[in-house]
Design a protein around this ligand. Sequence first.
Ligand code: NI
Length: 387
Amino acid sequence: MTVRDAAERLKDEIVAWRRQIHANPEVGWHEVATGNLVAAELAKMGIEVTRVAKTGVLGVIRGTAPGKTVALRADMDALPITEANDVPYKSQNPGVMHACGHDGHTAMLLGAAKILSGMRDKLKGTVKLFFQPSEEIGGGALAFIETGALEGVEAILAIHLWPALPSGKVSLVAGPRMASADKLLIKVRGKAGHGSMPHLGVDAILAAAAITMNLQSIVSREVAPLEPAVVTIGRFTGGTTWNITCDEVELEGTTRCFSREIRKDFPATIERIIKSTAASYRAEAELAYLPISPPTINDPLVAKVAAGALTELYGEEAFGDLEKVMGGEDFAYYLERVPGAMVFVGVGNKEKQTDYSLHNERYNLDEDMLPVGAALHAQFALNFLKG
Ligand code: NI
């Protein structure tokens, strides 16, 4: 039986897993019921299971012949959103919802596990299944890596179900796919004084306003024009009342880019600009730069093997176009250590109302695509180990 047929045959089971997970969503680091379901299902398939990284699950499938090791990754966490869909499998956990498709990711990887566990005689090497916790609030990928799960892994694949891509289409390309996402916190310090005598105080609001403006010169004047990058200040807080010069302002913001080099330069560049700008207003500024996710950059060779698997399964017509995504994804941490690829599987279908954006309270999946993701995971693993 082909992998494609095996996946279609498993469709009802994959959909049932997805619905059970969807109805019982859990936010990051709380994926207890989800982890229990995953571990129990893997055990039923005769797969070695270890509970790792607090609420994560690691499955290992060993082929009958020795060979390389490949990893397949799904994330399991949900979001603090109240679901607005009226479906039989609606969230039973008030205020929590699978609005980013991680229910589908987990179900697809279980499907791939079932396909691969039935083909051990065709497996030359080892497949590791990463059911990772806490992608949305971060930390899950790094915690998984710290367990040593990546040791010996030569390639890793992840799939994100994507509503902006039409159902039936898959976006699979080499190079940058998702942006880095880091957080910055800036404290600007001045000196309080009477609003009528500003020369006796130091106005932190004026300095912070100038900093907010000058930070925009990073993208326009320090990053090469062909490189996409973003610096956003999203919060500006300070001051007490109308006739007092402000002594402290807090700014919070984010940076995004698709290049590891640009990302590495952000903290020093931002620090230089905020300190020199503050000094020119007799104020002081201090930066806390919090790395959250590196850019997600697909390895050309892994992308090629995955594209070969997709062609073998569904033909050339399965390929769809999707631009790079400015959002971040902690899968990028694996890609800093091991060659791999993030694949986008389209679930957007207006008639099925599965074209709401990620993190929307009406987000839903086109479940017809779940076997496609499961088949792609499995076929990729088989082909990578073969080649
Ligand atoms: Ni997601």
